[in-house]
Design a protein around this ligand. Structure first.
Ligand SMILES: C[S@@+](CC[C@H](N)C(=O)[O-])C[C@H]1O[C@@H](n2cnc3c(N)ncnc32)[C@H](O)[C@@H]1O
Length: 245
C-alpha cells in the first residue's frame, strides 16, 4: 500500500493528461452517479476527489457545488474549467478527504466518483463524508470494485501492488467496503457488463464505521497461473466426460 503523499504526487503528474485519457472513458459512470445524486435547486453538493472537475458540468447550475482534492495539479485543471465556463456556483479547495475542513452537516449530498480506490483509508473518508453530509442526505459512489468473475479477480489481486504504484488499487471488494464503512446502499447499479464499475446510492444515517478492512490475501502471478491451469483442466475434463456420456 502507498501513502497519501505518494498519491498526491501521482495525480500532480497525471493532471495535464488526465482529461485526455479518462474523461470519456469514465463518462458513463459519472453520468449515472450524478443522476443518482438527483440534486435539487439550491442544494449544497460536495464532490470529494473532484480531480479536474469532470463531474461538474453534469450538475445543474442551480446547486452550490464544492469540490475538494489533494492534488494542486488536478485542481488547477478544474479551476481552468470553471473559469472557461464562467461558473459562479462552484468553489474548489485543496483538502485531504480524510480530514475535511467543513463543519458537520454542511452538505445535502456528497459524491465520490472514481475516488474511493485512490485513498489508502476509504473507511476514514466515508466517516468524513457522513459527518459533513446532513442526516438523511445522500452519499453516492461510482467506483471499481473487484469483479464477480474469479478469473478477473485473480488478475485484480495479482496486479494490486502495480495498480497502487500508478495511483489506485484494484483489490477492493464491494462487500469489504460496505462492511468497513457500515453502509447499506439503497441501490447498487452496474456501469459495465463485466461488473467492474458500480454505482452505490446510500442514505446518510450518520452511523459509526464498521471494523477495520479485511485486506484480501495477496495473489502472486505464478499462483494465479497455476490456479487457472487447474480450472481449465477441470473444465476440459468435464467436457470430455459429457462427450463420453
Ligand atoms: C481517479 S481521480 C477521479 C477524479 C474525478 N472524480 C473524476 O471523476 O474524474 C481521483 C482523485 O482523487 C484525488 N485524491 C486522492 N486521494 C485524496 C485524498 N486523500 N483527499 C482528496 N483527494 C484525493 C486525486 O488527487 C485525484 O484527483
Amino acid at each position: 500500500m502507498v501513502g497519501t503523499a505518494y498519491i498526491e504526487s501521482v495525480y500532480n503528474f497525471y493532471a495535464g493528461v488526465y482529461d485526455f485519457v479518462f474523461e470519456r472513458f469514465f463518462a458513463e459512470g459519472r453520468r449515472r452517479a450524478v443522476a443518482a445524486v438527483a440534486s435539487r435547486p439550491g442544494e449544497r453538493i460536495l464532490e470529494v476527489g473532484v480531480g479536474t472537475g469532470a463531474c461538474i458540468p453534469l450538475f445543474p447550475e442551480n446547486v452550490h457545488f464544492t469540490g475538494i482534492d489533494l492534488s494542486q495539479g488536478m485542481l488547477d485543471e478544474a479551476h481552468g474549467r470553471v473559469q472557461k465556463s464562467n461558473w459562479n456556483h462552484v468553489r474548489l479547495k485543496k483538502m485531504d478527504a480524510t480530514r475535511l475542513d467543513f463543519p458537520d452537516d454542511s452538505f445535502d449530498a456528497v459524491l465520490a466518483a472514481y475516488f474511493i480506490t485512490t485513498v489508502p483509508d476509504p473507511r476514514a473518508v466515508v466517516q468524513e463524508m457522513k459527518r459533513v453530509c446532513r442526516r438523511g442526505g445522500r452519499l453516492v459512489f461510482v467506483n471499481h470494485f473487484m469483479a464477480p468473475n474469479v478469473f478477473i479477480n485473480d488478475v485484480e489481486l495479482a496486479l494490486a501492488p502495480l495498480f497502487w504504484r500508478i495511483g489506485w488499487r484494484s483489490d477492493l471488494k464491494m462487500d469489504n467496503f460496505l462492511k468497513m464503512t457500515n453502509l447499506s446502499p439503497e441501490k447498487v447499479g452496474f456501469v459495465d457488463r463485466l461488473g467492474l464499475w458500480r454505482t452505490l446510492y446510500c442514505v446518510n444515517h450518520k452511523n459509526a464505521a464498521g471494523p477495520e478492512e479485511e485486506r484480501p490475501q495477496r495473489t502472486f502471478i505464478p499462483q494465479a497461473l497455476r490456479r487457472w491451469g487447474k480450472r481449465l483442466a477441470t473444465v476440459r475434463m468435464r467436457k470430455t466426460e459429457r462427450v463420453r456420456d
